[in-house]
Ligand binder design. Sequence first.
Ligand code: CP
Ligand code: NVA
Length: 302
Amino acid sequence: MKHLLKLLDLSKEEILELLNLADQLKYERKHGIPHPHLTGKTLGMIFQKASTRTRVSFETGMVQLGGYPLFLSANDLQIGRGEPVQDTARVLSRFLDGIMIRTFAQQEVEDLAKFGSIPIINGLTDFCHPCQVLADLMTVREYKGSLEGLKMCYIGDGNNMANSLIVGGLKVGMDVAIACPKDYQPDKAVLDFANPTGKFTMTDKPIEAAVDADVIFTDVWASMGQEGEAEQRRIAFAGYQVNDELLGAAHPDCMIQHCLPAHRGEEITEKVFEAHANEIFDEAENRLHAQKAVLVKLLGSR
Ligand code: CP
Ligand code: NVA
C-alpha cells in the first residue's frame, strides 16, 4: 500500500490491518504509551474545502507520532492560482514525506500520486472519503465486536460518504443496503463494484433499507460545493431522514453513525442524534486513531 486514494484500491486484509493498527494506537494513547513512529517526518495538508475533524485529527496525530504537520490552505498555494498539479506534486515531493489533500476532483488526488513520489492520502473528494470510513468501521467493530455479516444501512445522498461506506462495508464482509432518491445514486464505479457481490441492495424507500440494520449511517443532503443546490435538495431528500420511525425497522441494538457535521431536522432528528451521541462522538474521536494508523502505515518504516 503506497497511497490512500480510495477504498476501491485496498484489499480486505489491508483495511483490517489499518483497523488493527488504529486499535493498537488508541490503546497506547489511552495508556500514555508514547509512539513516536514518525520522528523527523513532515506531512503537508492541502485543503481546498473547510474541515474540523480531518484537519485536527491529522495535525494532532502527526504531533503525537513525533512528526510535523504543515497546514497548506489551497488559497495560499500557487495551485490555487493555477499551477498544475503535476508540478505541485513534483515540488512538494522534494520537501515532504507525505501529503494529505482535501479537494473537489478525485482526479487531482490521483494525479498527485501519479506525478509525485511520496504517499498521498485522500482527506475527502467529491467521490469519496476513505479516511472517515476507516474510522467508521473501527467504531462499528468496537461496539459490535466484529464486522463480518453485520448489516450496514445508509440513508440519503449517494455522495462521497455513500461511495466509501458501500465499498468499505462490502470489502470487510458486511451486507450493505442503501436508500437514496433515484436522481442521487452513488457513483457508477461503486455500483459496478457493489452489484456483483450479491450483498448490496439499493432502494428509494428508507424503511426498506433499514430493516434489521445493525448500523445506520447518514450524511448531509448538500455537501461542500453544493450549497447552491441546497433548496432543490431539501425537496428531493424530504423523507430521507434518520428518525424514530426508521429506527423502528432496524435491529433493536442498531447503532447510529454520522461523519459530521450534522444538520439536525434534515437528515437526522435531534432526538435520534442525541440518543446516539456517544456512538457518534466515539466515531469522531476514532478519526484520530484511524488517521494515525494510515500515517504510520504510509509514512513510517513498519
Ligand atoms: N467528517 C469530516 O470529515 O469532518 P470535517 O469536514 O470537519 O473534516
Ligand atoms: N458529504 C459531506 C461530508 C463531510 C465530511 C461533504 O462532502 O461535505
